[in-house]
Structure formats: structure tokens, C-alpha cells
Design a protein around this ligand. Structure first.
Ligand code: KIV
Ligand code: ZN
Length: 514
């Protein structure tokens, strides 16, 4: 990548703020897979989680800290000794650990949530940073709700935490309230009014409540911020965070304007987006910038005409630059193992021989029933194969009878804790009957929040990709399944959601961040 000007550090919080998206809970194995992808992409800092929140969060942050050696690993902590100690315990073994501590700075939060004075909160912020600096020199501080804070008080707090050792100060637009010009001005004000500001990297963390998260982050970068906190696909609390792919591609595409660079290998963006969608079940809107299905689709005749003549007429970046492949080699039942291994490699997967063998068997099964196998089909197989361990429930067999003159009936075989179980279920339709059979076998009855079917690719032989969301104890788990038969895909998705609920039910969150 051509490195122009200073670097903007990319701090990815998909695993922390991103995981706060409703329904986005991930298990430790899934978080590790995302972390590996982030490492591969060249993310500078991964915020792996909030260790004090639950034992599951702690274990997952610790695992990422041990296994991901190519990025800094940050852990979030409120500004108190218990949180900071727990955060440090989780990341101490990282190659480059970072403690990220925060406390609110706005009068609204101080009055209604913390019920403390400005002086008390300032003292706690300073004490927290000093405490964290006792463990590591790599300490980040965030004054939460910074954009609704008194500017004088905010400057005082930023100066004080830098004085005791904060090496990064992050300015969050916690409630997504800021407007780009105003947010840029806030960053400029900090640079002009805080005497020691250049001893720290100034970071920003923007929420998307007004649809301005990326615009605000870029306005901040234009005014001196050199770290952006963001998430893949822009997931996160409420309307989400700045989307990593948008920030990175804006800095890259408009280097004439910014004169900066990031360390992101942009050709992995598409893969990261798909991986997150597969894991969380949160799909990307088709017109989403950079990673939406239509982001590079040109429909208008005038545009198509221009593109044929010269791409630059209507294309500001190439699909290949974000990892959308331009190869159209069709894989089918005559394709050999070598062709599949090659294609997977081109798609960015680093798989062992044993993994490729398993995927190849699944590919052959699919190619027997589907003429052409596309990248998206392969992705779905890779996802299923890589999320296959520690499953309580497994799909074995499904037979469904339905039609307008029959009572829809599903006969289903599953493995439950290694034992084969068979049951029949009835319903108002074939999906309802299938789910009834699963509920009987698993002796569960969780409310169904969502059931959605998508075709992975075009054509009537396309694989159906089903998303199922189940509710459990005020939380929810999303499951996904893919198969050319949408009833089989539905059963697989339901079973996947049940397996994920199994993990969630063991990890009780004690604390939530605002
Ligand atoms: O939005 C926010 O303020 C946060 C902080 C914890 C940085 O997520
Ligand atoms: Zn946030």
C-alpha cells in the first residue's frame, strides 16, 4: 500500500461496542475468528471486550490477548480499581496490551447518572489513569459523552489525564449528537487549548444516531485526530459506530484531501464484512457504502455507457480494492480439490489441508445438487465447518410433507449430546412443522424473534440462507443455515441459534456500558 503522510491508527471495537448491537452476541470462538481477520487486515488496536462485564467476556479477551500477536489488544474498564485490575488481568499476556478506561464528562451524565460533582469526577479520572499506568504505559482514556460536555471542563480533564500518563485520549460522541463541522471544531479546540495535547494521540469514537458517525470521524481526522475507533459494517450500540470500511476507504480514496494513510489492507474488507454477517446474522443493507451488495452495481444506462468507455467516469474505487473478486471461474461438480483450494486461497482463507478436505467433501455434496457453486456458497460452507465444534445439537435428517391438501408434517433426526433422537412435528406450514419437531427433540420453547430467508446467489437452484433469532432471558441469539433446500437451511439455522443460546446462557453479563 502506498503510505502517504501520517498514519491514522485504526482501533477496531467490533468485539466490544459492536457486540453491544442487539442480537450481536458472539461466543469466544467467534470472537477469535473476527480478531484473526482484524489482525490479517492490519488493524492497529483491537478492543477485545470489557472483561469485568462477565466471566465469558474476561475469558474471551484473555484468549485473544494470548493468540493475536500482531495488534495491540485493548480491554475496556470503568474508572475504578476493580475494573482496571480485571482488564489488566485479561490482557497482561498480550504482545502489546492497552487499558482503555472511561468516565463521563458531561453535566447531564454527572447530574443524572453518576450523581457526582465535576471535581469528584475529575479526581476519579486522574486516579484511574494513574492506576492503569501502574500496569502499562499504553493507557487510553475516554471522557464519555464528550460532545455534550462543557468545553472548558473537557479541556481540563484531557490535560489532567495526559499529565498523569494517558498516551491516547479518545473523544466519544457517545449519543451521536455531533455535526461534522462542530465536531471538527471541538478537536481543533482541544489542540489549541490543552497545552500537553501533543503528548497523546487524539482519538475519536462516533455513534451513528444521526447518520453522521463516519462524517464526524473524518472531520476530526481533518483537525488532527490520529486514531479512529470503528467497527466492521458499522455495527454497535443503537445505530452503531463509524464503519471501518468507510473511514479507511475515505482516507485512501481522498488522500489528495487528507494526505494521510491507514495500515489497513483494504482487499480484506469484503471478507471481514461477510464473516461478521455470517457470525452475527446482522445483514448489511444493499445500498450500504463499500460493503453493500449494490455498492459497485451500476444500473443506469448512462453510467454503464460511461464505465465501458472509461471506469473513472463513475467509479471512485475499484471493487477489487475492497476484495470483491473479478474472477468468474465457475466451480461445479467437475472441479477438483486443487481448484477449490486455489479459490479459497484467492478469497483470503488460510486453511489447513484437513480443513480443505472437509470443505471439499461439502463442496462435492453441494455441486451434486447445484450446477454452479459461487464464492458465496463456498463462504457459507467455510462458515458452517468452522463453527462446528462444541455443538450440543446437530442436524442429521429432515423429511417434510406439505401442500394445500396435507397437514404439514416434519420428521426430524438430530444428535443431542451425541445421542440420536427422532421426532415428528406438525404446523401451519412446513417451516412451522420443522421448528415444532426441533422444539420437541430439544425440549426447548424459546420465542422466535426473527425468521428470514435470502437467496445467497441468483437462480432457482441458489442456496437459501436462513436467519433465525431466538429470545432467551432478555437476550437473543442469532443462528444461520444455508442449503439449496430452504427447509433444511431453516432447520440448520434454528439448531445453530440453539447452540449459540447454550453458550449465552452460561455467560451472564454483570455490567453493560452505555
Ligand atoms: O460511546 C462511548 O462513549 C463508548 C465509550 C466507552 C468509549 O463506547
Ligand atoms: Zn460507544
Amino acid at each position: 500500500m502506498e503510505a502517504t503522510g501520517e498514519r491514522v491508527f485504526i482501533f477496531d471495537t467490533t468485539l466490544r461496542d459492536g457486540e453491544q448491537s442487539p442480537g450481536a452476541s458472539m461466543n469466544p470462538d467467534e470472537k477469535l475468528r473476527i480478531a484473526r481477520q482484524l489482525e490479517k487486515m492490519g488493524v492497529d488496536i483491537i478492543e477485545a471486550g470489557f472483561p469485568v462485564a462477565s466471566d465469558g467476556d474476561f475469558a474471551s479477551v484473555q484468549q485473544i490477548a494470548r493468540e493475536i500477536r500482531g495488534c495491540q489488544i485493548a480491554a475496556l474498564a470503568r474508572a475504578n480499581a476493580v475494573d482496571i485490575e480485571r482488564a489488566w488481568e485479561a490482557i497482561a499476556s498480550a504482545a502489546a496490551p492497552r487499558i482503555h478506561t472511561f468516565i463521563s464528562s458531561s453535566d447531564i451524565h454527572l447530574k443524572y447518572q453518576l450523581r457526582k460533582t465535576r471535581a469528584e469526577v475529575l479526581k476519579e479520572a486522574v486516579a484511574a489513569v494513574a492506576h492503569a499506568c501502574g500496569y502499562t504505559k499504553n493507557v487510553e482514556f475516554s471522557p464519555m459523552d464528550a460532545t455534550r460536555s462543557d468545553r472548558g471542563y473537557l479541556c481540563e480533564m484531557v490535560e489532567a489525564v495526559i499529565a498523569v500518563g494517558a498516551t491516547t485520549v479518545n473523544i466519544p460522541d457517545t449519543v451521536g449528537y455531533a455535526i461534522p463541522e462542530e465536531f471538527g471544531d471541538l478537536i481543533a479546540t482541544l489542540f489549541s487549548r490543552v497545552p500537553n495535547i501533543r503528548q497523546a494521540v487524539i482519538s475519536v469514537h462516533c455513534h451513528n444516531d444521526l447518520g453522521l458517525a463516519t462524517a464526524n470521524a473524518l472531520a476530526a481526522v481533518k483537525n488532527g485526530a490520529r486514531q479512529v475507533e470503528c467497527t466492521i459494517n458499522g455495527i454497535g450500540e443503537r445505530a452503531g459506530n463509524s464503519a471501518m470500511e468507510e473511514v479507511v476507504m475515505a482516507v485512501k480514496t481522498r488522500k489528495d484531501l487528507f494526505g494521510l494513510h491507514t495500515g489497513i489492507k483494504t482487499e480484506y474488507i469484503h471478507q471481514a464484512s461477510r464473516l461478521l454477517t455470517q457470525i452475527t446474522g446482522i445483514t448489511v443493507q444493499p445500498n450500504k457504502a463499500i460493503v453493500g451488495a449494490n455498492a459497485f452495481a451500476h444500473e443506469s444506462g448512462i453510467h454503464q455507457d460511461g464505465l465501458i468507455k472509461e471506469k473513472i467516469t463513475y467509479e471512485i474505487m475499484t471493487p477489487q480494492s475492497v476484495g470483491i473478486s473479478d474472477t468468474h471461474i465457475v466451480l461445479g461438480k467437475h472441479s477438483g480439490r486443487h481448484a477449490i483450494a486455489n479459490r479459497l486461497k484467492e478469497m483470503g482463507y488460510a486453511l489447513t489441508d484437513a480443513e480443505i478436505n472437509k470443505i471439499f467433501v461439502r463442496f462435492k455434496e453441494l455441486a451434486d445438487i447445484k450446477k454452479e457453486v459461487f464464492d458465496e456458497d463456498l463462504e457459507a460452507i467455510v462458515y458452517e465447518e468452522s463453527s462446528r465444534h462444541e455443538e450440543k445439537y446437530r442436524f442429521l435428517y429432515l423429511n417434510v410433507v406439505s401442500g394445500n391438501a396435507a397437514v404439514p408434517t416434519a420428521t426430524m433426526q438430530m444428535e443431542v449430546d451425541g445421542q440420536m433422537v427422532q421426532e415428528a412435528g406438525f404446523g401451519v406450514g412446513p417451516v412451522d412443522a420443522t421448528f415444532a419437531a426441533i422444539r420437541k427433540i430439544t425440549k426447548t420453547n424459546y420465542p422466535l424473534l426473527k425468521f428470514a430467508v435470502n437467496a445467497i446467489t441468483g437462480g432457482t437452484d441458489a442456496q437459501g440462507e436462513v436467519t433465525v433469532q431466538l429470545k432467551f432471558d432478555g437476550r437473543s441469539a442469532v443462528g444461520r443455515g444455508a442449503h439449496p433446500d430452504i427447509l433444511v437451511a431453516s432447520a440448520k439455522a434454528y439448531i445453530n441459534a440453539l447452540n449459540r443460546l447454550e453458550w449465552l446462557s452460561k455467560d451472564i453479563k454483570k455490567v453493560k456500558v452505555a
